[in-house]
Design a protein around this ligand. Sequence first.
Ligand code: NAD
Ligand code: 2HG
Length: 398
Amino acid sequence: MNKVALFCKIPKETLNLFSEEKYTLIEQETSEADGIVMRSMDIHDMKFSKQLKAIARSGAGVNNIPIERCAEEGIVVFNSPGANSNAVCELTFLGLLMSSRKIIDSIDWTRNIEKNVVESVERGKSKFVGPELKGKTLGVIGLGNVGHLVANMGVKLGMEVIGFDPYISVKNALALSWDVQYTSDINELYRRSDYITLHVPYSDETKNYINKENIKLMKDGVKILNLARSGIINDDDLIEALESGKVGYHVSDLPTEKLLAAKNVVCIPHLGGSTFEAEENCAEMAVTQLTEYLERGNITNSVNFPDCSMDRYPGTDRIVVLNKNIPNMIGQMTTALASHNVNIIGMVNKSRGDYACNIIDVVGEINEAKLKELEEHYGILRVMLIRQKTEQKTNNIQ
Ligand SMILES: NC(=O)c1ccc[n+]([C@@H]2O[C@H](COP(=O)([O-])OP(=O)(O)OC[C@H]3O[C@@H](n4cnc5c(N)ncnc54)[C@H](O)[C@@H]3O)[C@@H](O)[C@H]2O)c1
Ligand SMILES: O=C(O)CC[C@@H](O)C(=O)O
C-alpha cells in the first residue's frame, strides 16, 4: 500500500485515479509518505524521509522544490508541462488589454461616480483613451508551452510578434506561427517591442533578467507583463522605470510588497493557472505520472531524472534503480543481482545530465532487504522493488 500526501486540493475525478487497494491518501508529509502531490507551496526547507520516492508538481514551475537535493535523495520530481498553458495565455491576453486601455483605473473611476452616471461617463472617459494592440510589436521572451501560444495569439490579434528563446524545443518551434519573427538577439526584442511578456522559468540564469541595463534599451512607455515568476524582473529597477515613465505599465501575476505599492502596476494574485480546466489537467497529469512511477517504475516528465519506461515482462518482478550518471553503475547492479541468483529478463537504462534510471525485470527469489543493500554502493541513490501486479479499485481521502 502506497501512502500519498496531498498538499493541495485536487479534483474529485483525479482522486479516483488512486486505487483503493494501492493507496492511502493523507494531508501531510509524514515519515511514511511514498509520494507527494503539490502546487505552489515552497518546500525548500522540508526534510524528506527515506520512504519518499516521488513528488508530483501539479503545474509547470518547479522553483518551489529543491530539485537537486531530491535527485541526490533518489526522489523523482515530476511537473505537468503544458497542462495550464492555455489558461496562462488567456490571462496574458487580458494583461495586454489591461496594460493598454487603462481598464483598471477606468473601472475604479466609474465605480466612484456618485450621480449623473450617463453624463459623467461621457464627459470623463477621454482620460482613459489607450492604444489598440493591432499593429503594435509584442516581444515574447521564452517560447515554451505558454510562450509559443502567446506569440501565436499576438499574431492573431494583428500584432507584429518577435520571440526569443535560445533553448526552444523542436515541438514548440514547429508549433510557432510562421508570422512570429524569431530573434537570437534579445536586445533587438528590447529595442523594437511596445509590449514585452515573460514566459521563462525562474533560475539562476533568469534571476533579474529584466533590469536597469536592458530597460534602458527599451522603447519609452513600454509595457511589461510578468506571468512567469517574481525575481525574473528586478523590482527596484522596474519601479524606478515606472516612476520615470520609461516603463508605461506593468502587469504582474506574481505580486510582491514593492509592486503592490508601485504606480502603474496591476497585480493579479497568481491566477495564471487558475481555471477549472487547467487545474484538472494539471492534477490529472501529476497524479497519472506519480502512480505510473510508484506502480510500474516508469518515468515521464520528470525534471530531475530522464524519461525512462519499459513494458512489463509478464511474470516478472521489477527493480528500479536511480543512480548518479558515473561509470560502472550497471556493472555493480548486474553483479549484485547475479549474487541473488535472479535472472534479468529485460532492462532499460537512461541517463540525462548527472542522473540515470534503470528498469530491470527479473525472475527468481528476491530478498528485498538484501537488494536494498545496493543503496550502500557509491552512486546508487534509490533501489525500488515492485512485485508482480495487483488489481485496482478507487479511493477517497482519509
Ligand atoms: N502564472 C502562472 O500561474 C503560471 C502558470 C504556468 C507557468 N508559469 C511560469 O511560467 C514559466 C513558463 O511556463 P511554461 O509552461 O511555458 O514552461 P516551459 O518550460 O514550457 O517553457 C519555458 C521556456 O523558457 C525557455 N527559456 C529558459 N531559459 C530561458 C532564457 N534564459 N531566455 C529565454 N528563454 C528561456 C525554455 O527554453 C522554454 O522554452 C514556468 O516556469 C512558470 O514559472 C506561471
Ligand atoms: O499552482 C498554481 O496555481 C500556479 C501554477 C503556475 O505558477 C505554474 O507554474 O504552473
